[in-house]
Design a protein around this ligand. Sequence first.
Ligand SMILES: NC(=O)c1ccc[n+]([C@@H]2O[C@H](COP(=O)([O-])OP(=O)(O)OC[C@H]3O[C@@H](n4cnc5c(N)ncnc54)[C@H](O)[C@@H]3O)[C@@H](O)[C@H]2O)c1
Length: 435
Amino acid sequence: MSNLSALKNKINKNKASIAVVGLGYVGLPLAVSFAKAGFNVVGLDTDSDRVRKVNKAVNYIADVTSQDLKNLLKKKRISATTNFRVLENSEVVFICVPTPLKRKYLPDISFVLQAVRKIRQFMGKNKLIILESTTYPGTTEEVILPILESKGLRCGKDFYLAFSPERIDPGNKHYPINKIPKVIGGINADSSILAQLLYKKIVKDTIIVSSPRAAETVKLIENTFRIVNIGLINEMAMMANKLNMNIWEIIDAAKTKPFGFMAFYPGPGVGGHCIPKDPLYLYWKAKKYGFDSRFIKLASQLNSSMPAYIVQRLKKLLKDKNKPIHKAKILVLGATYKKDVKDLRKSPSLDIIELLLREKIDVSYFDPYIPYLKLGKINLKSIKLNKNAIKQFDCLVLATDHKCINYKGIIQHANLIFDTRGVLKNIKNRKVILL
Ligand SMILES: NC(=O)c1ccc[n+]([C@@H]2O[C@H](COP(=O)([O-])OP(=O)(O)OC[C@H]3O[C@@H](n4cnc5c(N)ncnc54)[C@H](O)[C@@H]3O)[C@@H](O)[C@H]2O)c1
């Protein structure tokens, strides 16, 4: 049997051993999905705490449950380790490590490089390697392929390589990993076919595109679409405020059009490990080819300016109430970058708190998911949200719209609420001010 048929056979029979490198928001749900489908999965992470947690069925990601981990550990379908030697026996290796920015407009693929070099160290014939980390077009072909081939093995003959972007939205219960179609771009047709065969074990729909660079760009265009539209609606919110109009009412009416309009909502800025930085990967690559993406740059600048805009509006609100901000007590409601997740990465709430602290303004925060916060040298503790505590604050800035917060109860006791998320858009109350 040829290498290819043997690997196909193992995948078909759920017998291929799978390794997932990077057990974060992307890697852990992926590992759990394949383990649930009947594969033996080993998770690899440089963070020994995460490895320990997986092995003890202590979940740390919203999209996975401790019970899932417990069941899979019992069946010996999943395990985790920091020892890359396990790659010797893995037939499929997924790479799900972070791809941050070194600085604005400059990608940092060092985690991917570290992971790929480790894979090369334990590389043998007959393996399928799939990169899922979001990255700029060309990474798989121009960077990863040469590293994996540097020991003499050839892609398409000795091993297979593909890129398939992860498109999950952590915390989104409507679209778990198995309901999101998988886009696949292999280095060659066999790599695409093998990857497709594998993904069909956990998702219904798969789409093969012509190359890894096309698949890499699919993800970047999706997030560019989001950053540009969020930037646009943030600008519209600022404009509506100047014109004394309610942007939320306007969006809600506009979205009744059954075609040609898609609702995006304004907010305090964009956060997380995707939307703020993915488009900048594309910007950087295009710039290398002499192309300047004005949309990406403008949207990024606009969204980054939102925390400062929120603080500016807050100052004005308090001034209008004859309460200069320096004499006011402010509570920021919600610290995470979006609702119902524990993730603080690039959260605009943190920018708002930092801007207020920098001006020596008396600011506290509440977040049911984040008991403590460290901002530079400053340690903050989430307040206990109760009637007496709420009354103490001159203004609450609703920065993250966690579902578990009792907003109606808060309105009763608050002096003033500046709602940057539109949670209270349908409530007529003079204490509620909308972005
Ligand atoms: N978080 C999201 O919503 C999301 C959605 C789609 C795609 N992505 C993309 O997926 C990738 C991973 O994102 P994430 O949110 O899961 O990141 P994460 O930080 O939650 O997890 C990454 C994990 O990789 C580990 N790691 C780092 N270097 C390693 C190495 N060399 N070897 C082994 N493990 C290593 C880290 O310790 C961490 O546990 C990124 O490229 C991101 O842009 C993220």
